[in-house]
Design a protein around this ligand. Structure first.
Ligand code: BTN
Length: 264
């Protein structure tokens, strides 16, 4: 069965985390789980609070794109985080979540990789995306909402025509359906582990993982960022989460945010 609902009780029974997902709200339909989590954060919900939904009427991705997901087949969740907010914290949170999502999907025997900055792919197919948004409460205290969408049990006919050539699901790649509750439990544990490595002495381990998991390293790319376009070969992702690219003229540039396309 692929369109079972996930219940908060079922998640709590299998959860091995200390705080991630210990407060969880399972909602049938929302506009976007990021919006629902933002409201909870603004009214003071604690770090690690999760909003999980079966269906979003206005699910969104990066760069104003829509995130399309049929009811009850995938994982759609948002997590409230309250890190010490420093400049550039958003890209780091996105990458640490991409590591956590990739490790989770690898636990299901799929070779998940990170396509900087926020995609998780298997054999070039996008199976998960991350949207990190920053806001602050009425008292001005900043927080982050980490939105994660994983294509779990989508079938071929569930993909809109514009996505058929680039997106896939764990079910399609594994040729069998995946228990979404178990996957969520594993994701929340991986998230808690990765989050603990962020910014402290162990940050090195996390940044090594995001470089190792990157499917762009050694590839020719075109990167469009707010003010310019560059092309070059990717050398890796540095410890501050920036993409390191060697241009054709030999200069090495680091890019904080942008949209990447493989060109060779
Ligand atoms: C992307 O690939 O551009 C990011 C997609 C992020 C989708 C998730 S689904 C749960 C959360 N709620 C949203 O509206 N978006 C994120």
């Amino acid at each position: 069965m692929t369109s079972d609902r996930i219940s908060a009780d079922a998640v709590r029974r299998i959860l091995k985390t200390r705080f991630m997902g210990r407060e969880i709200h399972c909602l049938e339909t929302v506009s976007s789980s990021n919006d629902a989590a933002r409201e909870l954060a603004r009214s003071g919900s604690r770090e690690g609070t999760v909003v999980l939904t079966d269906f979003q009427t206005q699910g969104r991705g990066r760069m104003g794109r829509a995130w399309v997901s049929p009811a009850g087949k995938n994982l759609l969740l948002s997590v409230i985080l309250r890190p010490r907010v420093r400049p550039h914290v958003v890209p780091l949170i996105t990458l640490m979540s991409a590591v956590a999502a990739a490790r989770t999907i690898r636990d299901w025997n799929l070779k998940a990789e990170i396509r900087w900055p926020n995609d998780v792919c298997v054999d070039g197919w996008k199976v998960a995306g991350i949207l990190t948004e920053m806001d602050s409460g009425p008292e001005g205290r900043p927080f982050l909402v980490l939105g994660i969408g994983i294509n779990v049990n989508m079938e071929e006919t569930d993909f809109p025509s514009g996505l058929k050539d680039e997106a896939s699901s764990m079910r399609l790649l594994l040729k069998k359906s995946v228990d979404r509750t178990a996957l969520l439990g594993s994701l929340l544990l991986r998230l808690e582990e990765s989050y603990a490595l962020l910014g402290g002495e162990k940050h090195e381990t996390l940044s090594r993982q995001w470089s190792e998991f990157s499917c762009l390293t050694g590839r020719w790319v075109r990167v469009d960022s707010a003010d310019r376009r560059i092309e070059g070969v990717v050398l890796g992702i540095d410890a501050s989460g920036e993409l390191v690219v060697r241009l054709e003229n030999g200069l090495v540039e680091t890019i904080l945010s942008g949209d990447v396309r493989l060109i060779k």
